[in-house]
Design a protein around this ligand. Structure first.
Ligand code: CA2
Length: 157
């Protein structure tokens, strides 16, 4: 039987993306940029690797799927980067799921919701996030990886 390595592998950083973010790069580039979600996934994986973390990068248009993944992150993730899309502003169910996490959460938005319509100014995610990064397009995800890696390692972001 193969001997188990004594080296323990770091748990992944989960990066979860909400509704319609699968269309990134295809529509509204003036709001969300030209980078596709797949490209962001690759950039995030490279940045996380530089900090010693694997990533799990997912997107869903379904609130229940996002909730299932958040609950999965309770035991499978070292930390969570979350762009809940429009559910950010509406979903108490996602808020309740996020509240169960003992790992750090960084909220990310490509655009700056505070500079947009009033209904985007409320975020249920912010109430449980260690940090919030908005308005920096795809670069915000990379800053979130840097901050989350520090938090997971026990340093202040
Ligand atoms: O700026 C963000 O990252 C948002 O989470 C994006 C959400 C929006 O509801 C939030 O207020 C802020 C919308 C995502 C829609 O994604 C699209 C992507 C390409 C084209 C059209 C929409």
């Amino acid at each position: 039987m193969a001997k188990k390595s004594s080296k323990s592998k770091a748990l992944p950083l989960y990066v979860l993306n909400g509704p319609t973010l699968n269309l990134l790069g295809q529509r509204e580039p003036e709001v969300y940029g030209r980078t596709t979600l797949a490209e962001i996934g690759k950039m995030v994986a490279a940045r996380a690797k530089s900090h010693g973390f694997p990533t799990v990068f997912r997107q869903s248009n379904h609130e229940g799927a996002l909730i299932d993944w958040i609950l999965e992150a309770r035991t499978k993730a070292a930390g969570l980067i979350f762009n809940g899309g429009a559910y950010t502003h509406t979903s108490i169910a996602i808020y309740d799921a996020l509240r169960t996490l003992a790992i750090p959460v960084i909220e990310v938005h490509l655009s700056n919701p505070h500079a947009r319509e009033e209904f985007r100014h409320r975020s249920y995610v912010s109430m449980v996030a260690s940090g919030v990064i908005v308005g920096l397009r795809e670069h915000g995800y990379l800053l979130a990886v840097d901050a989350l890696a520090r938090l997971v390692k026990g340093a202040p972001a």
